[in-house]
Write a protein that binds this ligand. Structure first.
Ligand code: C2E
Ligand code: CA
Ligand code: CA
Ligand code: CA
Length: 281
């Protein structure tokens, strides 16, 4: 059978044609969006479960499109990843987040320091200039390396093991922290996990969701918390939405929680107000 390319296929299928056009349009818009300063970074608190203190934030990119309004990362990160635009966009997010963290230092008591977490996609993680870019962002912002944490998904870290270990080692040498994002959704070998120089595991939202009502989910979260602690890592539960989930997570000894129960991701001005108020969440 002869293979049909994407455009060849589009000739026969009008809906596919529309989809291709839509992708091209979005890609074009994305190329301009950086120059036009249409991207924003929002920040979501990470909370120490025993005290309710905010010990960090996760930087989450948003695109304020002039005609389409706010576009969530789920709608454009995959395309940015395919086209490689994720590299300059990700670099912009990293720099913005580091500068912001430096600005917020004054509003936050230093022990424990406010950790700034930034997501790295597969393509960024593999990019040859990654270490250089991280160093540049730290130097330009003046942020200390141990106040930066990079979140990398399980599949990325597990994918290309030799390279992944190398990058994680270099980060550790620099003093930058690293977290495995969405843990439990990929296919981690536990033996391999042991060898990775990580500082944090983030339990995927899909397991946190069933805490309490779903015996399997509860067992999985408990297992991940114990596993992480055995390996000397901190655990963060993502997607925490209810007081009941918080109670279960506390009982299991989970370290940090993040989710709508504590706060939605906030624009930088709103986050500044929250930090100024200084009250536990
Ligand atoms: P993620 O890294 O797993 O980020 C957490 C996502 O869960 C965020 O969605 C956040 O708004 C959402 N969330 C937080 N708490 C709750 C909750 O209690 N319930 C529910 N239902 N959702 C919650 P968001 O901001 O739409 O980001 C989606 C994904 O896009 C992120 O998933 C991350 O993989 C990616 N992403 C976001 N910003 C960046 C970035 O700057 N660079 C890269 N490479 N990827 C990014
Ligand atoms: Ca993340
Ligand atoms: Ca996550
Ligand atoms: Ca997730």
């Amino acid at each position: 059978k002869a293979k049909k390319g994407k455009l060849g296929y589009a000739l026969y299928d009008p809906s596919m044609h529309a989809e291709v056009l839509e992708r091209l349009r979005l890609e074009n818009d994305m190329r301009r969006a950086l120059e036009e300063e249409e991207f924003e970074v929002h920040y979501q608190p990470k909370v120490q479960l025993t005290t309710g203190a905010m010990t960090g934030v996760e930087a989450l990119v948003r695109w304020r499109h002039p005609e389409r309004g706010m576009i969530s990362p789920g709608q454009f990160i995959p395309l940015a990843e395919d086209t490689g635009l994720i590299v300059p966009i990700g670099m912009w997010v990293l720099e913005t987040a580091c500068r912001q963290a430096k600005e917020w230092e004054a509003l936050h008591p230093d022990s424990p320091p406010l950790m700034m977490a930034v997501n790295l996609s597969a393509r960024q993680f593999r990019h040859p200039s990654l270490m250089e870019d991280i160093l540049a962002a730290l130097q330009r912002s003046g942020l200390e390396p141990h106040k930066l944490q990079l979140e990398v998904t399980e599949s990325v870290v597990m994918d290309n093991s030799e390279h992944a270990i190398g990058v994680l080692r270099e980060l550790r040498k620099l003093g930058v922290k690293s977290a495995m994002d969405d843990f439990g959704t990929g296919y981690s070998s536990l033996g391999y996990l042991k060898t990775l120089p990580l500082s944090n595991l983030k339990v995927d939202r899909s397991f946190v969701k069933g805490l309490g009502d779903n015996a399997e989910d509860s067992a999985i979260v408990r297992l991940v918390v114990d596993l992480a602690h055995t390996l000397g890592l901190k655990v963060t539960a993502e997607g925490v939405e209810t007081a009941e989930q918080v109670a279960h997570l506390k009982e299991m000894g989970c370290d940090l929680g993040q989710g709508f129960y504590f706060s939605r991701p906030l624009a930088s001005e709103a986050m500044t107000e929250l930090l100024e108020a200084g009250v536990p969440l």
